[in-house]
Design a protein around this ligand. Structure first.
Ligand code: 4AD
Ligand code: MG
Length: 479
């Protein structure tokens, strides 16, 4: 089953040599003398042109070379006379590995809408757009591990099934072996979870942070990169019910150190994409520019590669939540001068329209907001001396809004317990977490980067369903 990858062959200068390639047909065109087959095997955005001399092959075989069919082709590499590619493969042997009925195959050799492709998500890997996104996603996963490995962070696997709610927001998917239509009940007629597999109610994790803290308070600098689950109303273009999150957690880091790391990390990932994914980025950029043509000039976004470089060249603006509220209160976001969700002073939970206003219209740079009101943030964040705000940080990006959420953690046992009581977090169930504050507690910080939000930014795609292979959103979990 030896084969050469299409991408390697396109870069090759071994003219005159024989190669075997395998892949899927994108198109076939030509005349009675010669046919041209565009073949792709996922190794790159560009197809290999296969030249088929019609005299040398059976008509019956040629007819089976349809869009979507899988082929194995042996042939000689030659310089191409066409301007679209440098080399092409002149076929000597063609084997159809898998036929594809063109009448029934949903993918046609033309541009399909992203909405249509979402309906046939099981086949969309075979399009140029999703090929590019898949390769960039892989490169970003690799870059995440490379960044932290170079810095001496340890990767920790945190549990997927857990009894705790890391964010205290109650947005969990329950995991149970009980028959919930007819559950065992105790004397008080409540569901008897002692009969469940784990003997207590459990759920899919919303974040690996709490377990990450346990590891950081021994290993100093760690990170997790795992799937997280949120049963929130995720019917927006920026929310998924299942998404991947990267969560570094560092002992001996304060909020400033945390912000420095977040900025360095994001810039590293973007630089990595520019260094390793240029062909795919250029393809996506061209695709985006075509869509932008139909928009008003004022609504058009920056060209993709320019936008990525722009983030690298600028220092992120850092300001407090309170300063941001002042700016937003005095701003005129549109002709009516209003936001859809009005800013109602200190305490307002910022919506993505507010975040994007600050980044895209006011500062025109990525922004890190800090020191949010304690009421709108999680229980574990360190309380400031004002007793009103916590050492939170949200990194806001153009087009996205919040891309990172993090904080310095409350390291003081007494203060943490008090915050938990105020927020009705059952402390007896969190004894293991509180132990870190009882035994050798130190200042520490961390953050979570939503991997698909990063992917939205890097690819310029506008719907989060298009940057994860199998999106989980409400009423959507078939395959
Ligand atoms: O702000 P969040 O909820 O923070 C945490 O979970 C912390 N435990 C992180 C930490 O400090 N270790 O989520 C972090 C990031 C958000 O900034 C966003 O990028 C992403 O996760 N995110 C989502 N991405 C896709 N779909 C959703 N439903 C998301 N919810 C959060
Ligand atoms: Mg958040």
């Amino acid at each position: 089953m030896q084969r050469t990858k299409v991408a390697d062959l396109l870069r090759s200068n071994e003219i005159g040599k024989t190669f075997t390639v395998k892949g899927w047909v994108r198109t076939r065109r030509g005349n009675k003398k010669v046919n041209f087959v565009a073949l792709n095997d996922g190794s790159g955005i560009n197809n290999l042109q296969i030249v088929v001399d019609m005299d040398q092959f059976d008509e019956a075989l040629i007819r089976r070379i349809t869009t979507g069919a899988a082929l194995s082709v042996e042939g000689e590499l030659k310089e191409s006379l066409g301007s679209a590619q440098k080399v092409e493969l002149h076929a000597r042997k063609i084997e159809v590995l898998g036929d594809c009925d063109p009448e029934k195959y949903p993918l046609q050799p033309k541009k399909h809408s992203l909405e249509f492709l979402r309906e046939i998500a099981h086949l969309r890997f075979r399009t140029n757009t999703f090929g590019a996104i898949t390769r960039i996603r892989h490169a970003m996963i690799f870059a995440v591990h490379q960044f932290f490995n170079q810095k001496g962070f340890y990767n920790i696997h945190t549990p997927i099934i857990t009894a705790s709610d890391a964010e205290g927001a109650g947005e969990m998917f329950q995991v149970t072996t009980l028959d919930l239509e007819n559950p065992p009940r105790n004397e008080e007629n409540k569901i008897d979870y002692s009969k469940d597999f784990f003997g207590k109610p459990t759920n899919l994790t919303v974040s690996g942070q709490l377990e990450g803290e346990l590891a950081a308070l021994a290993m100093s600098e760690i990170y997790t990169f795992g799937p997280t689950f949120r049963a929130e109303n995720s019917n927006t273009s920026r929310h998924l019910a299942e998404f991947w999150m990267i969560e570094p957690e560092m002992a001996f880091y304060d909020l400033n150190d945390n912000m420095d790391l977040a900025e360095e990390f994001l810039k590293y990932l973007i630089q990595y994409a520019l260094d390793h994914c240029m062909e795919d980025l250029q393809f996506l950029s061209k695709r985006l520019q075509e869509e932008e043509k139909n928009k008003k000039a004022s609504e058009r976004s920056m060209e993709l590669i320019e936008k990525l470089k722009f983030v690298l060249e600028n220092q992120f603006v850092r300001l407090t939540y309170t300063e941001a509220i002042n700016i937003l209160e005095n701003s005129k976001p549109n002709k009516k001068g209003k936001f859809q969700y009005p800013i109602q002073g200190f305490g307002t939970d910022l919506q993505s329209e507010h975040e994007r206003y600050l980044v895209e219209k006011h500062f025109k740079k990525p922004v890190i907001l800090t020191d949010y009101p304690k009421e709108i943030k999680a229980f574990y964040m360190k309380l400031n001396e004002d007793n009103k705000t916590v050492r939170a940080m949200d990194v806001l990006f153009p087009q996205i809004g919040e891309i990172i959420g993090g904080s310095q953690r409350e390291e003081d046992y007494g203060k943490l317990v008090q915050r938990m009581r105020e927020m009705n977090i059952p402390e007896e169930e969190m004894w293991w977490f509180l132990d870190t504050r009882r035994f050798g507690s130190v200042p520490h910080s961390g953050f979570g980067l939503g991997f698909e939000r990063l992917m939205l930014f890097v690819t310029g795609m506008t719907n989060i369903r298009d940057v994860i292979p199998f999106p989980r959103t409400p009423k959507n979990a078939e395959f």
